[in-house]
Design a protein around this ligand. Sequence first.
Ligand code: AMP
Ligand code: GLY
Length: 428
Amino acid sequence: MGGLEINLENCLGKTVLVVGGGGREHAIVDALSRSPRVSKIYCAPGNAGIGSQAFNVPLKDTDVEGLKAFALENQVDLTVVGPEAALAAGIADAFRAAGLAVFGHTQAATAIESSKEFAKKLMDKYGIPTAAYRSFSDFEEALAYVSSRPFPAVLKYDGLAAGKGVVIAQDLDEARKALADMLLDHSFGEGRVVVEDFLSGPEFSFLCFVDGSRVYPMPLSQDHKRAFDGDKGPNTGGMGAYTGLPFITEEDRKFALEEIMCKTASAMVAEGLPLSGVLYGGLIKTSQGIKVIEFNARFGDPETEVVLPLLKSDIYDIFEAVATACPVEEPVWENAVTLGVVLASKGYPGHYEKGFDIQGLDRVDAQVYHMGTAVRDGQVFTSGGRVLMVVSGGKDLAEARAKVYREVEKIQCENLFYRKDIAHIAFE
Ligand code: AMP
Ligand code: GLY
């Protein structure tokens, strides 16, 4: 048939499965829905907002066997994994073994997030800047080491602890209590504890697509972890984020990219654990330079919701290239900034009620990512701690911030609260 031959595969478009069901996955689904190469998106388990852009699949993100069977039955071309729990459960290994393309690291490489000790050892071995540390399984030894170091002391349970495994102890008494909790009472499980020096300075997030030693940086962002204005209150999963960090110079960015992100990717290759997904550097700008607080093996939430709207390239090309270990052109990003505000259930991150109706969403003139919502008879209601994130772009942070807060006010729900000072560092 010569010249008339049609590539049927390209004509039909790709089927993608996104694993997860929060704001991060909504932002991934939204970016995929802009790809001309993608014709069908499934999301497991998804949420009410995701359901308007993808087919929600009622499977848990850690149900590896169920997800694999679904992907095989539905001819999924590529699976993109959001949460670390799924990666730590070995989803990427199981999919690859079944011949399925997947964007996400192996279980072994996910240790860069799931084991603090693994990450600290790696950084030590390859000269990647981070706080001095020691790790312990014995309570008395840990206490003796803490007593020999300056306070505050940072104590980290060595495993996935849903962000609750870090204690900043101001004095020996607090340290003793926290160590007893982790090493004697095993509140988080049978793990070791990493004790490290306290670092101070502004924190920021550096997300990169990584395929072995190929690193494709995304714009830098900053999360707001505390529940209330002025960075007060308990730690949360993140109450807002923005891009366009005023305290980071081009030189800082270059250092972080070359000396931290690229070096770490190469270190993982040298260790026989190549990365194949997102490497998230939780970094801090100290008076002694930029250092690593932690690594995550996945997109950040809520960082993804402010970063991905800036992507001009086709995200499917990037996911596919990383999943198949092929090079891809350097991604192109909008020359603009974004700012996003999280609306959370009153009481979050502690106890909160669910099931409150949300009104006004159809009037919002900004991107709304759903984090914890469900829908019944066409009515969206709250179903999680973090519920929605409203994101806007602008030429600068003042413009993006004014726009976001104007739009947030259009959302009516009696059980939501939000921070009014996202990106405050830029306005001080
Ligand atoms: P991690 O689970 O390692 O991300 O720690 C959670 C939070 O604890 C970080 O985002 C920091 O705000 C804080 N933190 C962790 N390690 C340190 C450190 N060495 N110095 C100061 N703050 C830290
Ligand atoms: N924004 C914090 C995280 O994703 O871990």
